[in-house]
Each structure stands twice: as structure tokens, then as C-alpha cells.
Design a protein around this ligand. Sequence first.
Ligand SMILES: Nc1nc2c(ncn2[C@@H]2O[C@H](COP(=O)(O)OP(=O)(O)OP(=O)(O)O)[C@@H](O)[C@H]2O)c(=O)[nH]1
Length: 212
Amino acid sequence: MLPDAEPYSEAWLQGILDALCDLSSKDALTGLVNRRSFEMALAREVDRVARSGEPALLLVLDIDHFKAVNDTHGHAAGDQVIRAVAQSIGQTVRPMDTVARIGGEEFAIILPNCPTSVGVTVAERIRQRVQELAVSVGNGQPPLTCTISIGGAFAPQWVRSSTLIWTERADRQLYRAKAEGRNRACLESHVDSLVSAEEKGLLFAVTQQDSE
Ligand SMILES: Nc1nc2c(ncn2[C@@H]2O[C@H](COP(=O)(O)OP(=O)(O)OP(=O)(O)O)[C@@H](O)[C@H]2O)c(=O)[nH]1
């Protein structure tokens, strides 16, 4: 849609640029970050973790038996369920977290600065919130319910990982959640780094000396 401003004015051009930016970075159905932007955000997070040593968690989520929703209630109802799940996830995490739709009924969340105990709690909170959803799909049909399976992996602190390895580790946990019966969160076990603030300082000092 064209911006609501004087054509070719500065505000109009800015509106066009903003709309193009949204088109290239957002998913049209849910308004969440799209796969392309998610991959860029994940690469930035890999860099940040290696520099700061802060724990970060990647969650991948998939709606359970979603094909049956489409087959029984139609594609439009399926879309409503995807939108409702997207909205619930967005409402359950912090503004600093990146929530993306990375496939048909697949989502991913990057949670920077997320210690192990918090990660487990957040994943469980999301799972529960989606389970409580009642999605109205109209046409006199009763509201639909759904569940999700969640897999999660923490980025190795102080070590440069790759987005591919991190994603594969989270995916492996998602397969485990599906195999163990769905509607559950499986997170790779992880121990938060015990590196002290002083040691972190030393690490940075060594890195700086090396580069001089
Ligand atoms: N409504 C709707 N359906 C979609 C969209 N994208 C993918 N799908 C459907 O999502 C379904 C995914 O089904 P499967 O990959 O078999 O997985 P599932 O039925 O969720 O089963 P599990 O993941 O094993 O629990 C397929 O039927 C796709 O057609 C979309 O944008 N809208």
C-alpha cells in the first residue's frame, strides 16, 4: 500500500523505504521476522556470544500434527492457527528476543543473555501458553486448539560456533520432542560458564595483545 503522504515528498519516500524494508525482513502472514532476517540475526548472535561470553539460547518450535488442522478445517483456518501461535509466542518473550517464522508451521526464537534455568522456564511457558489457545476460525466452527513441540540449544560461550551447527543442535532436540510424544520442550543440557569477570577481562586482554 502506498504511504499516506504527498507523493514524492520526503515523508512519502521514507514511507516507501519503510514498506520495502518490511517486505524484505518480515513474514507476510504473521508479521514476524522472516527466515532471511532470522539467519542474519543468528549470525550476529554467534558473534556476540563469542565476544561477550554471555549465554544465548536458540529455540525451534513446530506446531504438532498441523497437516490434520489443514485437512480437517481448511487452509484458511490453518493460517489463523499459525497467526495465533505467532502472536502468543511474541507475547511470551522479551522485546530483545528475535521471534521468526522460518517455515510453514515452524518458528524460531533467539534469546540473547539467557541463562540455562531461564531458558527452560521460557520454553515451558511458551508451550503452555500455546496449549491454552482457543483459536476462533469462524463459520460456526468451535475454536481450535493446538500444541507445539520445542527444541533448544545454547550457544557455546567464548567459542565461535556456526549458525548451521547451532541450528542443527536445536533441531535435534526438536526431533527428540516429537519422538517423545510432542507437546513438550526438550533442551540440550548445558552448564553455564563459570568464567569470572576477572577471567573475562584477561581473555579480552589476551585477544587485544594478539591483534597488536
Ligand atoms: N495453512 C497453512 N498450512 C501450511 C502453511 N505452510 C505449510 N503448511 C502445511 O503444514 C503442514 C505441515 O505438515 P507436516 O510437515 O506433515 O507436519 P505435521 O502434520 O505438523 O506433523 P508433525 O510436525 O510431525 O507433528 C503441511 O500440510 C503443509 O501444507 C501455511 O502457510 N498455511
